[in-house]
Design a protein around this ligand. Structure first.
Ligand SMILES: Nc1ncnc2c1ncn2[C@@H]1O[C@H](COP(=O)(O)OP(=O)(O)OP(=O)(O)O)[C@@H](O)[C@H]1O
Ligand SMILES: [Mg+2]
Length: 245
């Protein structure tokens, strides 16, 4: 359904909420009829980037590969979400330029809150020195300078953060605005309706349309019910023709 591809790139500290938010955004888009391809660090590191570690070079290579996949999807008109810590500014900029239709979401959360969440127990290990180069503890995170969206996941609910992203996509024209009770009428029809509304003394076209809908519903009487006699006559005819006994 999407005619204009876009990559929604979620960047932030481990446990800041990237995966949860990307999944909430995907659900919302699916409900509106958009198919979404979701790329996530947890999965791509098993396949696309198998064997890569967490040195700066390897991290950049990981993001470059994911960025390449996103650029293909985006060119083909798909909506993709990408949830990666992606701590380095330069590589994020590089893939932004490569992809073009790029919406960067800074999933912001103080490191202390991330440590408390510690969904996968990685912070605990990093603090104990068991994991080297862990972003936020022993490796830097370079904040985005000019992201399209910033969400503060320590203050907002997932629903609120996801809504911010959706609104930005609408604003930038990547998805259609959702107005459930809105439909477009051709201009000539609007003019005609306005004339009728003025002539008949309605305050607005909306009032006139409402009246017309109610009127047409009232005039609809449903299928005619047959009397006993009428039913018998029909049966008799069908019997003579041999359709029923
Ligand atoms: N506004 C919010 N947006 C996203 N997550 C939130 C929000 N508020 C609270 N959370 C919680 O924060 C946790 C974030 O975990 P999640 O796995 O999504 O983080 P992540 O950034 O993908 O981490 P990782 O880099 O390790 O993959 C979840 O338990 C989620 O419910
Ligand atoms: Mg994640």
């Amino acid at each position: 359904m999407s005619w204009k591809g876009v990559t929604i790139w979620f960047t932030g500290l481990p446990c800041s909420g990237k995966t949860s938010l990307a999944s909430a955004v995907r659900d919302k888009l699916n409900k509106r009829g958009y198919y979404v391809e979701a790329l996530d660090g947890d999965v791509t590191r098993k396949y696309l980037s198998k064997g890569l570690g967490f040195s700066k070079e390897d991290r950049d290579e990981n993001i470059r590969r994911v960025g390449f996949v996103c650029s293909l999807l985006t060119k083909a008109g798909s909506i993709s979400t990408a949830a990666f810590v992606s701590p380095y500014r330069a590589i994020r900029k590089e893939i932004r330029n490569q992809i073009g239709n790029f919406v960067e979401v800074y999933v912001r959360c103080p490191v202390e809150v991330c440590i408390k969440r510690d969904v996968k127990g990685m912070y605990k290990k990093a603090i104990a020195g068991e994991i080297k180069n862990f972003t936020g503890i022993s490796d830097p995170y370079e904040e985005p300078e000019d992201p399209e969206v910033i969400v503060d996941t320590d203050k907002e609910s997932i629903e609120e953060s996801a809504t911010k992203v959706i609104e930005k996509l609408e604003e930038m024209g990547y998805i259609e605005e959702s107005k459930p009770y809105f439909f477009k009428l051709p201009l000539y029809l609007l003019k005609e309706l306005q004339e009728i509304a003025d002539k008949e003394g309605y305050e607005s076209i909306d009032d006139l349309l409402l009246k017309m809908i109610v009127k047409s519903m009232n005039s609809f009487q449903g299928p005619k019910t047959l009397s006993k006699d009428e039913k018998e006559k029909i049966k008799e005819r069908l019997r003579k023709l041999g359709y029923i006994e």
